[in-house]
Ligand binder design. Sequence first.
Ligand SMILES: Cc1cc2nc3c(=O)[nH]c(=O)nc-3n(C[C@H](O)[C@H](O)[C@H](O)COP(=O)(O)OP(=O)(O)OC[C@H]3O[C@@H](n4cnc5c(N)ncnc54)[C@H](O)[C@@H]3O)c2cc1C
Length: 443
Amino acid sequence: MEMWDVAVIGGGMSGWVAAAYAVKAGQRVMLTEKARMFGGRALTVHKNGVFLSLGAHAIYRDGECFHILNELGATPDGNVPAMAGHMLRERQLHDLPGSPISLMTSRLLSVRGKVELARILMSLKKLDKRNLPQGSLKDWAERSIREPEVRHMIYALCRTATFAHRPEIQSAGPALRQVNHVLNGGALYVNGGWSSIIERLRQTAMKAGVRAETGKAVVSITRQTSAQPNSVESFYEIRFADGEVRYANAVILAVPPTECYKIVSGSEKTALERWCRQARPVTTACLDLGMRRLPNPKVQFVMGLDSPFLFSNQSRAAKLSDNGGLAVHILKYHGSSQPDAEQDKADLERTMDILQPGWRKELQATQYLPHITVVHDYAHTERMEAPGPAVPELPNLYIAGDWAGHGELLVDAAAASAKRAVVELLNRSIPKQGEYHEYRRTI
Ligand SMILES: Cc1cc2nc3c(=O)[nH]c(=O)nc-3n(C[C@H](O)[C@H](O)[C@H](O)COP(=O)(O)OP(=O)(O)OC[C@H]3O[C@@H](n4cnc5c(N)ncnc54)[C@H](O)[C@@H]3O)c2cc1C
């Protein structure tokens, strides 16, 4: 019976980060992905010469994921766009009041509002990350911001930085920390789309010895025990949809919480049940477009102020085409509203008519994702606890993913939780003489 040290289930960002760290620490690692391709939601589709990610994607240079990719030798290539753009209010475009000049001339704010926005942005830029505000974003905003117009602007900024559209339950601290990342390090648009990050990670991990397969869905994970003369040893039996069975001493589940719950035998008696129940997924409707050119080239990036939209021409900062086309994304944040595929598409198209009149004539490729999950959970006030890294009831079972953040959000939560899972796994496994400190140094 072949026994792996670590089995990583799921080949998205968190799975690959976990596999890369574990193999770097000397573990024998296998990774399995149920889809035909690695990447999960970091997938990029190459359509008619344009590289379209699944919705607009940017990586925060001050965030955990970027640092982790650096540490693993898989730093992404790309550029940070200038912090300029527009806001849409009552179907009218206004300059984003992000620079001193655009703030002074903005018709979105009263004089008092301008002074207050400048003060709030400065304080967010200098945010003390060791002393983040508690409670919901709404409570924080109502406590800290006098002018309602400024509050709405800060909500729009938080929504853009985190994709969450429920200030009444979103935890203020992590949201403001993410805004701080945007204001300082900026958001990197990645050349070739996010698949190129996965590809770098995959190459690094496989070169170091990870064995990885696609089209290999796990259907069950069951803890087995065997009695030894002085102890009880436990390991995991992993069953695949094709009937194959493999064994591993430790498992890292880098799949959504509902999937963890489904495939782990006896999960209803573990923390996985609680983590599933407390999860508040964030979803959007995305219209991803390959375009020959923008009919209105002055409009490159737009945040909705009184409507939950984001428009971005990602090609303004990253190489996302091999024929001169542009990768353009527009999305609608669902928040607590019920998704309606047809209505959402009509809303997105109507907004495109305002921002880029005549856009349909420039289309090269289209991809509509009516209800895609951006994150399976995030920091909100209805959470009972931050999930993971270990599943307490099942020794050597760990979780990773964007839903397992401990204050990090989005892909930063995915990467940071994967690293946490490996560190915890190495700390808990009984090291051979001298290896423990080696592991700690590597990680
Ligand atoms: C529209 C959109 C925009 C986004 N924009 C940003 C952004 O700008 N910045 C940012 O930081 N983040 C962004 N994100 C979030 C980011 O894409 C995700 O947080 C990240 O890719 C999640 O990685 P993951 O490994 O946690 O999950 P996933 O990528 O979902 O990976 C899980 C993998 O597990 C596999 N799997 C599931 N079940 C099984 C099984 N039984 N057996 C084997 N394999 C299985 C799945 O097929 C999948 O490949 C965005 C997401 C979306 C959808």
